[in-house]
Design a protein around this ligand. Structure first.
Ligand SMILES: NC(=O)c1ccc[n+]([C@@H]2O[C@H](COP(=O)([O-])OP(=O)(O)OC[C@H]3O[C@@H](n4cnc5c(N)ncnc54)[C@H](OP(=O)(O)O)[C@@H]3O)[C@@H](O)[C@H]2O)c1
Length: 266
């Protein structure tokens, strides 16, 4: 059997890169999977220089239907044993649905949902053979209610949330524990920066965390076998309060907020 690795999709940038650095800090070898861009190799080489861990990369577009299978084959071919699978790659997005392209929805469904499901399915047999194994899925705070103007993205993250909980239950008597981490805004890529900057200072100060903090909380929680992780006290507080409010009020209120966000981004 070869070395044991943590496989991170979307490991080249943003939260995925922060997860990669957090894992490397803890001595885990890494397999970073992301689009074939220079950032992927750059992140891998940065981590190799800083930490005494093995890092290998696979540049691949996970929205292409054969890609999850190719990732699995790549691991088998190279004798990589995966004991942690982090399904993190995902694309956010705001749009007026009736004006959005078919490709807009397809990309989110294929990456946020399909790739995550198929990778989980393909890696379970290998994960099951490990004494202790983990699946960490990156969901979102958007998972908790329908969000107009983020309809596809929010629903894709509700899927990730519910799928993770159901899978964890199915795997209860195995060595695998499944965790979903649901962060609120994180200033990662340029769009996330612009989107978060449309909100007030108070929101940014209380609800927005940096990617390194999210990663630290997520890896800690995953290793403890937590089912759901919501990083940040104020995010957990807001969620509890919002549970007291009627759904019809919340959908209207958030629609206003995200319509404003969309108009400001235009
Ligand atoms: N940022 C936020 O506010 C926020 C909040 C809650 C949840 N999340 C979730 O956190 C996760 C990471 O988001 P992020 O903000 O860190 O995003 P990001 O900075 O844009 O990074 C996304 C990562 O996914 C990879 N990726 C994108 N499309 C891909 C594709 N088709 N095939 C393979 N890899 C692909 C990117 O690779 P490249 O190197 O090629 O770009 C990059 O490594 C997502 O699931 C997102 O929904 C983000």
């Amino acid at each position: 059997m070869g070395d044991v690795y943590t496989l991170i999709t979307g490991g080249s940038m943003g939260i995925g890169k922060a997860l990669a650095r957090e894992c490397a800090r803890r001595g885990m070898n890494l397999l970073l999977v992301a689009l074939p861009t220079p950032e992927l190799e750059q992140t891998a080489s940065e981590i190799r220089d800083e930490f005494a861990v093995r890092v290998d990369t696979l540049g691949i577009n996970l929205t292409e239907p054969p890609s999850p299978g190719s990732v699995h084959q790549w691991c088998e071919k190279n004798n990589y044993t995966v004991d942690i699978l982090m399904n993190n790659a995902g694309i956010a997005g705001s749009a007026i649905f009736e004006e959005s392209s078919i490709e807009y929805s397809d990309e989110r469904i294929l990456l946020n949902i399909r790739a995550l499901v198929i990778l989980s399915r393909l890696f379970i047999p290998m994960l099951k053979q490990q004494k202790r194994a983990y699946i960490l899925n990156t969901g979102s705070f958007s998972a908790y209610q329908p969000l107009a103007y983020k309809s596809v993205y929010a629903a894709s993250k509700s899927f990730v949330h519910l799928f993770s909980l159901a899978l964890n239950e199915e795997l209860r008597d195995t060595s695998i524990s499944v965790t979903v981490v649901n962060p609120n805004g994180v200033k990662t890529n340029a769009t996330a920066h612009d989107r978060i900057n449309t909100h007030g200072k108070l929101v940014q100060k209380t609800l927005v965390l940096d990617a390194d903090k999210i990663a630290q909380i997520a890896v800690d929680g995953m290793l403890k076998g937590k089912k759901i992780i919501i990083p940040g006290f104020w995010n957990r507080f807001v969620l509890q309060i919002s549970r007291l409010l009627p759904a019809s009020y919340k959908i209207k209120k958030t629609a206003k907020i995200f319509r404003k966000e969309l108009l400001k981004l235009d």
